[in-house]
Design a protein. Structure first.
Length: 220
């Protein structure tokens, strides 16, 4: 479809037309798609805002500075948690590392687990080492999904010095946390992780045990 045809869909009062237009934006050159996408970030319908924010990664790469301001606005001011979470995801996908202070502030100012988990996951994707301190805090979250995401994000950062902080999670009650720990200890071949992997290789959850055994075999 031409940009003009897509714009007609995007400015329609019909929800289905707008979603069709958003889907067609993926086929446009990002430089053409970006200005068409921007107005939808303030659409009255939260489903449209969510879809538009999600598409800023990768479309927003054509204008990182403006994309950062748009995403900050949604992160702090949107009325819907899932739109805020999508903004955090897009910040990580675009690797807008200058937004790290914003992500940290948003994490500490919310009690919503979905937003916190999105921020934790996006810190690993961004690859900014400053995120390690916040991720260490997230390891003690009462939400197992956040603990799981924090372990994975710390693994993505690639800093083996954090391995001692991960070791207590080998006793976590949630097998998914232990599974993610086995994967991450395989990524970060620090000597301190060997004993934990040995223990995890005997885990009652077969998926955890198999992953730990694979990690141990890779060290031989």
């Amino acid at each position: 479809m031409t940009p003009q045809e897509i714009q007609t869909l995007l400015t329609s009062d019909n929800f289905s037309d707008q979603i069709r237009g958003l889907n067609h934006l993926r086929n446009l050159d990002p430089a053409l798609a970006f200005p068409l996408l921007k107005p939808l970030l303030n659409d009255p319908n939260p489903r449209i805002r969510y879809a538009a924010v999600s598409q800023l990664d990768p479309i927003g790469a054509v204008n990182p500075r403006e994309s950062l301001e748009l995403l900050r606005e949604r992160l702090f001011n949107d009325s819907e948690i899932d739109v805020q979470s999508a903004a955090a995801d897009a910040i990580g996908g675009l690797k807008l590392t200058e937004a790290y202070p914003d992500l940290e502030q948003a994490y500490r100012n919310t009690q919503d687990w979905l937003l916190q988990m999105s921020i934790v996951a996006t810190l690993g994707e961004m690859g900014d080492p400053r995120g390690a301190e916040l991720l260490k805090t997230a390891l003690s979250s009462p939400q197992s999904l956040i603990r799981t995401a924090a372990i994975g994000a710390l693994g993505d950062l690639g800093d083996a010095s954090i391995v001692p902080l991960l070791l207590p999670l080998a006793e976590d009650e949630d097998w998914q946390v232990r599974y993610r720990l086995a994967l991450t200890l395989g990524q970060l071949p620090a000597p301190e992780g060997l004993a934990a992997l040995e223990r995890l290789s005997q885990d009652e959850a077969e998926q955890v045990a198999a992953t730990a055994r694979e990690a141990l075999a890779a060290r031989v």
